[in-house]
Design a binder for this molecule. Structure first.
Ligand SMILES: Nc1ncnc2c1ncn2[C@@H]1O[C@H](COP(=O)(O)OP(=O)(O)OP(=O)(O)O)[C@@H](O)[C@H]1O
Ligand SMILES: [Mg+2]
Length: 350
């Protein structure tokens, strides 16, 4: 069926789990044609996990999109006068001193004009329509080279390196339902929140376009450590207890509660900031990443942020080739596949 069609594997090398999802275009429809998930054991290597993922995934292609995240990446929303995309690329280089903590020579820069005007640019200061927001992303070249090296070392072909934060919005735009633009003059936004092991990524979207993003260094790993301390056990044991939680439900819940509290404190700060500075209302929080599988996490986030929250299955609405993919396994881990799927969504441009 797909013999002549294009395929791309989205390879999410997380700090604890490698996730790979292959999308293949059937006409213009992206279909999931491969999936694998490999946990990196404590002290284990990412390269080995990637190799295993490709052995087990039986993917059709070696074309891979992977990503960078964390301290090597900086994302800024820069207000600028309206100009063409080419002019932006020129002009932004002179703005970087103001916005980036890196030396220009050590980073790869990318920029994109957003369609929303900067907040407050149209309210009676005579500048309505003259300003725009430019999304500025910078990543240390070394970090990109490391990722490319990791992929190439396995005999794979890296066709792009993305940023985790934007893989979230790309996954949303792959099949996310449009949310009503504005009601009563107020723009409605959704917050995509991916709780990984080492960090939590937040991307707030209006009409499918980012207006704010941020990473918080809190995640499932902190919950595991809290359980380990509470029960006086080793990390790997705490990990297993956290995931099954049957015999230690109360202890697990009370150990992870302060971690969730810290996380939600930071999340709420971010959401309040967006609402205040962007004049939008964050209607819904869509949760993903392995961290949301922690007992009570979704309910707690919903209650503590005062916003409707739910686990996001990014595969909803996507066709899956059940002849090539273990559908049950795919569904079981669906909420942890947002980044991998967002990376694979590049198949549409490949
Ligand atoms: N059933 C479960 N209950 C609680 N936590 C779980 C469960 N299953 C997995 N996790 C947690 O999910 C995390 C892994 O999720 P994920 O694959 O999203 O992280 P990652 O991508 O490796 O991390 P990061 O994005 O921070 O680099 C781990 O901290 C793990 O403990
Ligand atoms: Mg992750």
């Amino acid at each position: 069926m797909f013999r002549k069609s294009k395929s791309v594997v989205g390879l999410d090398v997380g700090s604890t789990v490698v996730k790979a999802v292959e999308l293949t275009l059937d006409g213009s429809e992206p279909v999931v044609t491969g999936f694998s998930r490999v946990e990196i054991p404590p002290g284990g290597s990412q390269a080995e996990a990637v190799a295993t993922a490709f052995k087990e995934g039986k993917f059709r292609t070696k074309q891979v999109v992977t990503s960078v995240s964390g301290q090597d990446v900086v994302v800024r929303y820069v207000p600028m006068m309206k100009m063409t995309e080419a002019e932006v690329k020129q002009a932004i280089r002179f703005e970087t001193d103001k916005y980036l903590p890196f030396d220009l020579s050590e980073v790869q820069l990318d920029s994109q004009a957003l369609s929303r005007a900067p907040a407050g640019s149209g309210d009676g200061d005579g500048k309505a329509g003259e300003q725009m927001t430019v999304l500025l992303a910078a990543c240390k070249i070394k970090a990109i080279q490391e990722k490319v090296g990791l992929v190439a070392q396995q005999g794979l072909t890296p066709i792009a390196v993305d940023i985790d934060l934007f893989a979230l919005s790309n996954a949303w735009n792959l099949c996310g339902l449009p949310i009503d633009e504005s009601v009563d003059g107020e723009q409605h936004a959704i917050a995509l929140v991916d709780i990984g092991a080492a960090r939590t990524s937040i991307n707030v979207l209006v009409n499918g376009e980012t207006c704010f993003s941020r990473e918080i260094n809190i995640g499932g790993g902190d919950m595991t450590q809290a359980v380990a301390r509470r029960l006086g056990v080793e990390g790997y044991e705490a990990e297993a207890i956290k995931r099954s939680s049957e015999n230690h439900e109360l202890e697990v819940n009370s150990a992870i509660a302060p971690v969730l509290e810290d996380l939600v404190g930071e999340l709420s700060l971010s959401l309040d900031y967006v609402e205040h500075h962007e004049g939008v209302h964050v209607e819904q929080v869509l949760l993903s990443g392995g961290g949301v599988l922690a007992p009570g996490a979704v309910q707690y986030i919903e209650q503590a942020t005062g916003r409707s929250a739910r686990t996001w299955n990014p595969l909803e609405g996507l066709r899956v080739d059940s002849g090539r993919v273990d559908v049950e396994e795919l569904e079981a881990w669906s909420s942890t596949l947002v980044v991998a799927l967002g990376l694979a969504s590049r198949v549409r441009a490949a």
